[in-house]
Design a protein around this ligand. Sequence first.
Ligand SMILES: Nc1ncnc2c1ncn2[C@@H]1O[C@H](COP(=O)(O)OP(=O)(O)OP(=O)(O)O)[C@@H](O)[C@H]1O
Ligand SMILES: [Mg+2]
Length: 502
Amino acid sequence: MLEWVEKYRPKTLKEVAGHNEIKEKLKKWIEDHIKGKNPKPIILVGNPGCGKTTLAHALANDYGFDVIELNASDKRNRAAIRHIVGTAASSKSLTGKNILIILDEVDGISGTEDSGGVSEILKVIKEAKNPIILTANDIYKPTLKPLRDVCEVINVPNVHTNTILAVLKRIAEKEGLDVDEKTLKIIAKHSGGDLRAAINDLEALALGGEISPEIASKLPDRDTERTIFDAMRIIFKTTHYDIATLALMNCNEDLQTVEEWLAENIPNEYKKLEDIERAYDYLSKADIFLGRVYKRQYFGLWKFASALMTAGVALAKDEKYRGFTKYSYPSVLNLLTKTKAKREVLKKILKKIGEKTHASSKRAREDLELLKAIIENNIEMGADLVRYFGITKEELENIVDKKLVSEIFKIIEKKKKEEQKEKKEKKIKEKIVEEKEKKEKIEEKVEEKIIQKEKEETKEIKVEETKEQKEEVKEEKKSKKTKKSEKKEEKAKQLTLDAFFK
Ligand SMILES: Nc1ncnc2c1ncn2[C@@H]1O[C@H](COP(=O)(O)OP(=O)(O)OP(=O)(O)O)[C@@H](O)[C@H]1O
Ligand SMILES: [Mg+2]
């Protein structure tokens, strides 16, 4: 049985709901190609499930083109892409039809570990004679600038709620579902513009046998990130090790929660007893590893736990089970609202960790597991990390035992107080030193002034002294002179006396 999203995927542009302007642009673009004008390749940019891939296929179908579609971010496709460019020089397929090349998810190649990817795509664009449509969720990463420069970027907006409602109504009618408009509206609104998600939700509810507004309002959060449902689908449907291990990449659940989900859903997906037995066997091994991560701080084991859970369960089956499986929440439905709130909080925590460690959300999830293990084994260190990441008490209560949380925040408060005290003391000390230095400087200045004054005084005294000395000398000279003249006078007197008595 085909999934509804595939069953109801529009085949022609007319069937694609909304996006009227974009359809016109695309038509003109491909007509220009047919006329040999060779316009720039187009990048369709938009959130998941808004219809990018659908638009490209519908366009090809309307104009009788064959499609070659490749996931651009998958390295294994590089050779294939090059090969196509090499052989498609005639720009016609084996059937003689024109070929439209669709390179999906080009934003997936922006990682630093794959910097060659972009230049390879650029080469393809330069050499290919065929029309090319690229798709991406986010094209505004700096590494993708060269692609933006050589392509025409067309933004595909989220699908309007009313448009989604119309599509859901049509599907419900065709499937003969007994569902009221209110329920469909809830599903449409809840999808946040992601038509794929809306159709998937409707299918899940239909398979569950009960479609009511109450159940619809409890649907899991469908934001633009992959949810645990998608992770389940990947793990259960793939038989590839690589794909399975990447299933949790964008899923904001901790490993224990994923384990619960897998445990609940293994018998929903797998039907052969041997498959079920093997899957549970891997899951129990994963559980042992996970336990050791927490109990003994063997952080390296986290990877094994994760691999056993994803790839172990995926490879437990002999072959893929076709058809749609409704994955259910661990235990009861009322867990839904609880886990939704918890997921929101978890997302916030992961964001905080990611911001500090500059890591991807996958890495942040690993870090979170480590943080939990550290908290259980070394609470002081755990408290330091919680504080470093800026995780609040309320947030932490969602992932760690409440008792531990209050202990952690006691430690944090204590440390904060100690630090404040230290800060204060440091400030006081600094002030004392400052004052001391000031005082010393003033003293120095005073001393300098005293010395200067003394110098000036001695100078003055000296001047005075020399003056006095000079005066004294003068005086002496004067007295000498007078004495001399007195003597002279006396002598003269004597002489006159002598002369008189003679
Ligand atoms: N505008 C639309 N009209 C009708 N059906 C749509 C539309 N958009 C999406 N769908 C439905 O949702 C499914 C997914 O759409 P599509 O694969 O085009 O999304 P996308 O934008 O390429 O998403 P992604 O970024 O995840 O590749 C389609 O199979 C189709 O059933
Ligand atoms: Mg797509």
